[in-house]
Design a protein. Structure first.
Length: 97
């Protein structure tokens, strides 16, 4: 399983709009072939810190996600909401297999 932890720091004034835009991307991503999980996590002590937990069956499935219309729309919609560039951390999923 191919997992990416996407660390996002959102401008405080944009948190609500970011969540709305991300909800649409999350919902569409769950229907992608190869998608295993797509969780959106918010730090309990800082609402502007978000982690996207994206799990796909393969690296090819994860790469295909970045070509979908919903991802491209999300990327454009949230670009100006970021306090700093988002950081993707690739991981190998061990369990579940």
């Amino acid at each position: 399983m191919h997992v990416t932890l996407v660390h996002v720091h959102v401008r405080p004034e944009s948190v609500d709009a970011f969540i709305v835009a991300t909800r649409a991307n999350h919902a569409a991503s769950l229907g992608e072939p190869g998608n295993r999980r797509f969780d959106v996590l918010q730090a309990p002590d800082d609402a502007s810190r978000i982690i996207l937990y994206e799990a796909y069956a393969s690296a090819a499935d994860a790469a295909a996600h970045k070509e979908t219309a919903h991802y491209l729309a999300w990327r454009t919609a949230v670009a100006d909401m970021m306090a700093e560039a988002r950081r993707a951390e690739p991981m190998n999923g061990l369990f579940p297999a």
